[in-house]
Design a binder for this molecule. Sequence first.
Ligand code: GLA
Length: 384
Amino acid sequence: MYLPASIQVHAADAFEERYGERPFLIIRAPGRVNLIGEHTDYNDGFVLPMAIDRAVYMAIRPRTDGCVELYSLDYQELGRFELANIKHHDSGWLEYIKGTVWAMQTAGMRVCGLEGVLVGDVPLGAGLSSSAALEMATARAFTAVSNQPWNPAEMAKIGQKAENKWVGVNTGIMDQMISAAGKVDHALLIDCRSLETEAVPLPPGTTVVIMDTSTRRGLVDSAYNERREQCEAAAAFFNVSALRDLDEATFNAHAQELDDLTRRRAKHVVTENARVLKACAAMRAGDAVAFGQLMNASHASMQNDFEISNAALNTMAALARQQPGCYGARMTGGGFGGCAVALVDTDSVDDFVTAVTSAYTAATQLTPQIYVSPAQDGAAIVAE
Ligand code: GLA
């Protein structure tokens, strides 16, 4: 079994080795897996992610000289900057930290200096939001040392601004929201327009299994941005501010007037938003079967209409569905590589992991990574 506590101890010990005392605070901010609701966040729609047991940890103490000094145990690299003079440098891990602090400052927040170490175990580039975890760990750490209140939705917006304007990736709000506001044992229904959330329990006796295909999305920021533009074009055609405002009946009534590509893109978003709400109803009713069917339908929509899947993700989802005890499976995250997610009967999980691993390896000659994760809390101070 995976023991996330050991990485927290590692962060604390590394801090002590470097600074000669125990850390003032340890912060943890998780990665995430999205159960359903893909590419709906930037359409002002609904998503249903959960925070996972993989996270970024920061062991820190305050500084009074306006400087920030952080040592990355993963990259074995020291990063430094001055709060009064934050500048773009390159594309490394420190840019996420600088960008988050910059976004806090530009929002008018008081930000004090700090120093310490950071370490993470969210797999990189797998679609489990290691960058949002780093942004939210940063926001949590700086609000703590600066005696500022922790408002998850406000901080998620700060993280998104860092990602959009500093790092330069035009993502929605889902990843930062779930890393900031996740609830243990629950998925979080997020209304990406109002940023209201509702914690929804997983169906009893089920477990979420994350299956990394070991394929990576590569240079596809352009494909992500292209999907955004296609969605915006569809919203403009229907004269709504975002596709969130389009129901299935109105879409169906006018769908034939759209060109084929725009129609399929919009169809995914409109039906996916509806699926998220149906999935929540299924979860509240403890109906794992209905939830699983919605996951399968979501995958088909991403494969055929939104066209963000790849062969490995399709194979992984199909193999997962063939296993006993699997209620449903779909690709998760931005797409074009990374992870699929399945809802599995808890008693069948061990056999499921073994069978999917060998079937996937046989089918693709790739070695998958499988993570069985309970739902965890969002960004928090875990020790002081
Ligand atoms: C990435 C983005 C999110 C969201 C998903 C797709 O993870 O960071 O904002 O758009 O893709 O659902």
